[in-house]
Design a protein around this ligand. Structure first.
Ligand code: NAD
Length: 317
């Protein structure tokens, strides 16, 4: 297969690109490097810097491509609250641009990296694909709009479409920006540095943490599986974990127990999340293979940024 990965220099995109070249596919990546870093990409990946809304650039990159993995997006939930228009421009506008360029060139299939945040608040768990989406933040609204655009334009222009609702992915290579960092690498880094952890709410809110390699397996399967056209498919671990349990697992992996401070003035966002994986098992043959303790151990072992801060504790200075 010849594929294009938009956002392919990011956390999930890099892992996907490297897996696909290992499997013998020809991989092109388009990324504007607003958050990505091409240094971790295999030299066998053809990297192009550019904006996903640049349709002429997409036309040339899509020549002879059979499948697009559309991952390019702004990815911070809290940032999207502050910059809703930017999130709409990139996450919705970028998706429409990709679909129009695919129509023009005649590409067969797109796999959209959607998000479990589209579920928002639901009356019951686990979260399954037939539930009515109830997005609570602009990031989630934009992902839901992207799903609708992909399915609608795909049906109109005879492009096969599949959207994966990815839960909280973590693993080596995930960015740790100074503000609004994803919870797993942020808490791990803080713990290793001997700092205190600040938890919003009481820490009993739950998430479904899924290791990057499992997400990549689902993305690859979605590009090849029959019978996935116009399907929404959850990708998670199927395990519901409280933030307090995550902190315990991080403490065990790091070999030190952090001080935990609870900030009751802030909420911890959507209260409970865990994926129903029956559809992923049925349509993709998907089965998560990495437990949270195993994933944290691998993150610790493989991520140089985490290793750097993993020095013996010398107390507070
Ligand atoms: P990431 O920020 O590491 O990757 C996104 C990439 O898109 C970055 O490399 C960034 O430079 C690039 N990008 C942003 N705007 C662009 C633009 N205008 N043109 C070209 N490239 C652009 O994030 P990630 O965690 O790897 O997420 C990848 C995809 O998966 C995103 O669509 C995200 O919404 C989705 N997703 C991720 C998770 C998760 O837990 N990581 C969960 C649900 C969904």
């Amino acid at each position: 297969m010849r594929v294009l990965i938009t956002g392919g220099a990011g956390f999930l995109g890099t892992a996907l690109a490297n897996r696909l070249v290992e499997l013998g596919h020809h991989v092109r990546v388009l990324d504007d490097l607003s958050a990505g870093d091409p240094a971790r990409l295999s030299p066998r990946v053809l990297f192009t810097r550019g904006d996903v809304r640049d349709v002429p650039k997409l036309w040339s990159l899509l020549q002879s491509v059979q499948c697009v993995f559309h991952l390019a997006a702004r990815v911070s939930v809290p940032e999207s609250v502050l910059y809703a228009r930017d999130y709409n421009d990139v996450n919705v506008g970028g998706t429409v641009a990709v679909m129009e360029a695919m129509r023009d060139v005649g590409v067969a299939r797109v796999v959209l990296a959607s998000s479990a945040t589209v579920y928002g608040v639901q009356a019951s768990l686990p979260l399954h694909e037939a539930m009515r989406p109830n997005p609570q933040v602009p990031y989630a609204v934009a992902k839901l709009a992207a799903e609708h655009y992909v399915f609608t334009l795909g049906a109109l222009h005879h492009i096969e479409t599949v959207a994966l609702r990815i839960f909280n992915a973590y693993g080596p290579g995930q960015r740790i920006p100074p503000v609004h960092a994803p919870v797993v690498p942020q808490l791990l880094k803080q713990t290793l540095a001997g700092g205190s952890l600040v938890v919003f709410g009481n820490g009993q809110q739950t998430r479904d943490f899924v290791y990057v390699d499992d997400v990549v397996s689902a993305l690859v399967a979605a590009s090849q599986a029959p019978d996935v056209n116009r399907q929404i498919i959850n990708v998670g671990s199927g395990q519901e974990t409280t933030i307090n349990e995550l902190i315990q697992a991080i403490a065990a992996a790091a070999g030190r127990a952090p001080e935990v401070l609870y900030n009751d003035h802030e909420t911890g966002g959507v209260v409970h999340m865990v994926a129903d994986l029956h559809k992923a098992q049925r349509l993709l043959g998907y089965a998560p293979s990495v437990t949270l303790p195993q994933g944290l151990a691998q993150l610790l072992e493989k991520d140089p940024r985490v290793q750097l801060s993993h020095t013996p504790h010398r107390g507070l200075s």
